[in-house]
Design a protein around this ligand. Structure first.
Ligand code: SF4
Ligand code: SF4
Length: 423
């Protein structure tokens, strides 16, 4: 949908600033209440969800030039959706979609950032978003033998994702996943060196056409292989396959599961058992694209009834983050003997972003580091020894922040902890 299709949403913005905070009804006492990293860091209304609604309308009305300052506002946003979910606590309007469409409009008009162009150039020529890497995509396998879904029929496949394949520190997550799946007897297929990017991060950066091309390319491979279930451990990939591919009408009947969902299924079927004790107090960080943005896409066709209040026929259902994946990773952690799970103050729908979204890690690393640092401090305040998450982007950002700031915390993927308890 183009920016024009969200004009009514953007014009509904009443500048109440609720998108900057978690809903006050959810505040239990003295605690951090900011939800939007962009307004927190930049402290000027334009950098909030509401500010970006005004900018979107002004672009449609040709009242704004694509100046460097405008691009600074447009690109210094994590596309984390915190604003969208906070706004929808009271309002029936889209906030994140027009923010993303504004980026798409900038890219369509050639107003891009060199750092992001570089990533997308790598996607177009090499099929991944990690320019300059010397690693081959399948190096993480280190001799593990599985089916190859690019040459064989395969019902269940594992997509590792660029951020895991090209970061040696993250290989352990993919390796642990395969070890657990094989221990449970899953006939899993992977593509090794020929796996291709999901395209999800390109969409977050505004390069929608590249995302659609990746979706078409990947779905053709999956259809040929007879894939029924795609499992991934990356929140961005999960969101792309489950939500974006569905929005584009390309997902078909493919079932998309995060590794925590698939492994929880195997645990409930008794195909593996976390028998080893890990004595550790752990807090869990909800990745934005697995949590509030990970709920299914809702297809809707209809029209808005003219009038001063927005009423739709048929009634329109809004995605409010309620059906994101929150409990499954927590259930896995609770199933491990010895793990004491404690919660941060901003969780689930209202979790603070890790800082790895929207291409900001590459275009403004200081901003990304500020966001990760704030979350690490929040995790420290729980008294936990470790922060567990379920996305390589979050784990990498937290790991960097912990090292740079001398935090006592350790960081793990939930799968690493499960692996240690099972194998
Ligand atoms: S986007 Fe929503 S929450 Fe933010 S100022 Fe506008 S109406 Fe209020
Ligand atoms: S998507 Fe995230 S960073 Fe961007 S305006 Fe909304 S809350 Fe702020």
């Amino acid at each position: 949908m183009a920016l024009e299709q969200y004009q009514s949403d953007m014009e509904t913005c009443c500048r109440c600033s609720a998108c900057k905070f978690i809903p006050l009804e959810k505040v239990k006492g003295y605690q951090p209440v900011n939800i939007c990293p962009s307004i927190t860091y930049n402290d000027f209304h334009a950098y909030s969800g509401g500010g970006r609604m005004g900018i979107g309308v002004a672009i449609l009305e040709n009242r704004l030039e694509f100046t460097d300052k405008l691009l600074d506002v447009v690109y210094n946003c994590m596309t984390c959706g915190g604003c969208d979910i906070s706004c929808k606590y009271a309002m029936d309007m889209e906030v994140l979609k027009p923010i993303l469409e504004t980026r798409i409009r900038c890219v369509e008009n050639g107003y891009t950032l060199p750092a992001l162009d570089r990533l997308v150039a790598s996607l177009r020529t090499k099929g991944h978003m990690i320019p300059g890497t010397k690693t081959k995509r399948g190096d993480w396998m280190e001799g593990r033998v599985t089916k190859d879904y690019t040459t064989e029929k395969c019902e269940v496949i594992y997509h590792a994702g660029c951020r895991t394949c090209y970061n040696e520190d993250m290989w352990k997550v993919a390796q642990n996943t395969i070890d657990l799946l094989q221990k449970a007897g899953t006939d899993i297929g992977i593509a090794g060196d020929t796996e291709s990017c999901c395209g999800g991060r390109a969409y977050q950066m505004g390069y929608k056409e590249d995302t659609v091309k990746q979706a078409e390319k990947n779905m053709a491979v999956y259809k040929k292989a007879g894939v029924k279930i795609l499992v991934t451990g990356c929140a961005d990939c999960y969101h792309a396959f489950k939500v974006l591919y569905d929005e584009y009408g390309l997902k078909g009947n493919l079932e998309v599961l995060h590794t925590t969902e698939y492994l929880a299924r195997l645990l409930s079927e008794g195909k593996m058992k976390p028998g080893k004790t890990i004595n550790m107090t752990v807090t869990y960080h909800d990745p934005c694209h697995l949590g509030r943005l990970g709920e299914p896409y809702i297809h809707w066709e209809g029209k808005q009834i003219p009038g001063h209040i927005r009423i739709f026929k048929p009634p329109k259902e809004f995605r409010r983050g309620t059906f994101g994946i929150y409990e499954t990773p927590r259930e896995i952690l609770r199933s491990i003997p010895g793990i004491n799970l404690v919660e941060m103050q901003r969780t689930k729908e209202y979790a603070w972003c890790c800082g790895a979204g929207g291409g900001v890690t590459e275009s403004n690393p200081e901003f990304a580091a500020f966001i990760a640092g704030e979350r690490v401090r929040e995790a420290e305040n729980t008294g936990a020894e470790a922060i567990a998450t379920a996305c390589p982007g979050c784990e990498t950002g937290f790991g960097k922040s912990i090292n740079e700031n001398g935090s006592r915390l350790k960081v793990y993927d939930v799968i690493e902890l499960l692996h240690a308890a099972v194998i």
